[in-house]
Ligand binder design. Structure first.
Ligand SMILES: [Zn+2]
Length: 389
């Protein structure tokens, strides 16, 4: 790792950092161009092709797109035998195809679904690659640029899993989240997701009254989950996010299902919660002999962390301070960084601008920190890839 102080004395690095100020508007427009391409989780191909074409145009080496639509390209290091640095941004969004992608600008603000999470991350990845090429910034280590699928929703981090399967041990994994400027995440939280479904015989609400109703049984399970007392520390949470079922108002429901998301900062906390939920479900199953309750794991994000004293985390902190970020916040979360962290590889997740209302239709970002955010990304990548003599 190179110290940030030694990097900012290099004229090429100083010029590259200045370019983020002169190209401010281009970067915003690039983020909007990315945002205009729908990319719901599981359907990222169109956005992946856009990134693939850009990687090619920028003259990256070994540009490829795999069968799940992860896009890869690299800038070869001066010493390609060293472990590389991987920088990634997820391409997918939580919004379905039919979502209105209209963008509205208002002073420093850009309103639009998925603009911060993660169109700005993808734009940042492309901008970084372009800048390193333009200013011929060749570090010791190879830098791989990865635009991966499957971070959101039920993607279960499959894009990042494939990337980490491909690269294995790396000197550092740097994950870009467009809207997280000022944050450093180096501790992943564990997530387990279930789909719980209830099946019953059903029937007429009047003539078959007395038979078990799948919706009623399902509601009881949810009511009991809602009574689970979870610790504040380690923070542990549950959420029923989707519920479906029934046929008509006067039919005893024969099917009903819900999706449940369980999270904890720590493995034991998560396992305890999983046990409590599983007990509730098996008790309910025993109580109602005329229904079938089935559970299916639909998501499993492993936990992992590195210490704040790890060189990569310290470098991330140093990079933010070097660009004048006054408030650096350490955060735990469930991001693509969970995958390398769970396998024991150093990883951090960082941001580019500030944003609000991610995963909502009124999402927006603030472009004021954009140049600083990009400068920070550049410094961190060059520092960890050991730019300089
Ligand atoms: Zn994201």
């Amino acid at each position: 790792m190179k110290s940030i102080a030694s990097l900012v004395t290099s004229p090429a690095v100083v010029d590259a950092m200045g370019s983020f100020e002169t190209h401010h508007e281009n970067i915003v427009n690039l983020a909007i161009a990315v945002q205009q391409i729908p990319a719901p989780t599981g359907d990222e191909e169109q956005r992946a092709r856009f990134v693939h074409d850009n990687f090619k145009q920028l003259g990256l080496t070994n540009v490829s797109m795999d069968e799940i639509f992860n896009v890869y390209g690299c800038i070869e290091g001066r010493n390609p035998t060293l472990f590389p640095v991987i920088i990634s941004a997820h391409s997918d969004t939580v919004f379905p195809h039919e979502t209105d992608l209209k963008v509205r600008r208002e002073g420093n603000l850009v309103h639009g679904v998925g603009i911060g999470d993660n169109s700005m991350g993808v734009a940042g990845l492309l901008t970084l690659a372009g800048t390193m090429q333009r200013y011929q910034l060749r570090p010791e280590r190879t830098v791989w640029f990865v635009c991966n699928v499957g971070e959101e929703g039920l993607g279960d981090l499959r894009g990042m899993r494939a990337a980490v399967d491909r690269f294995g041990k790396a000197h550092g994994y740097i994950v870009l989240e467009g809207g997280m400027y000022g944050f450093i995440l180096h501790e992943g939280i564990g997530v387990r997701r279930y789909e719980v479904s209830v099946e019953a015989d059903g029937g007429h609400s009047w003539s078959d009254f007395g038979r078990s109703n799948a919706i009623h049984v399902l509601s009881q399970i949810i009511t009991q989950i809602d009574k689970i007392r979870v610790p504040k520390s380690p923070k542990t949470t549950y959420n029923v996010g989707i519920i479906e079922g029934g046929t008509s108002i006067n039919t005893i429901a024969s099917t009903a299902s819900f999706q449940l998301d369980l999270r904890s900062e720590d493995v034991t906390g998560l396992n305890q919660l999983i046990n409590q939920v599983e007990t509730i479900i098996s008790k309910t199953q025993r109580r109602y002999t005329d229904v079938t309750v089935q559970t299916k794991v639909i998501g499993d994000r492993p936990t992992g962390q590195i210490s704040a004293r790890e060189p990569l985390v310290r470098l991330a902190d140093e990079a933010l301070r070097a660009v004048g970020c006054r408030k650096i916040q350490y955060l735990r979360g469930s991001t693509d960084a969970n995958i390398p962290l769970s396998r024991g590889y150093p990883a951090v997740c960082i941001g580019i601008v500030r944003s609000a209302n991610a995963h909502r239709l009124d999402e927006y970002l603030d472009t004021r920190e954009l140049a600083r955010g990009m400068q920070q990304v550049l410094l961190l990548v060059l520092g960890s890839a050991e730019f300089g003599q």
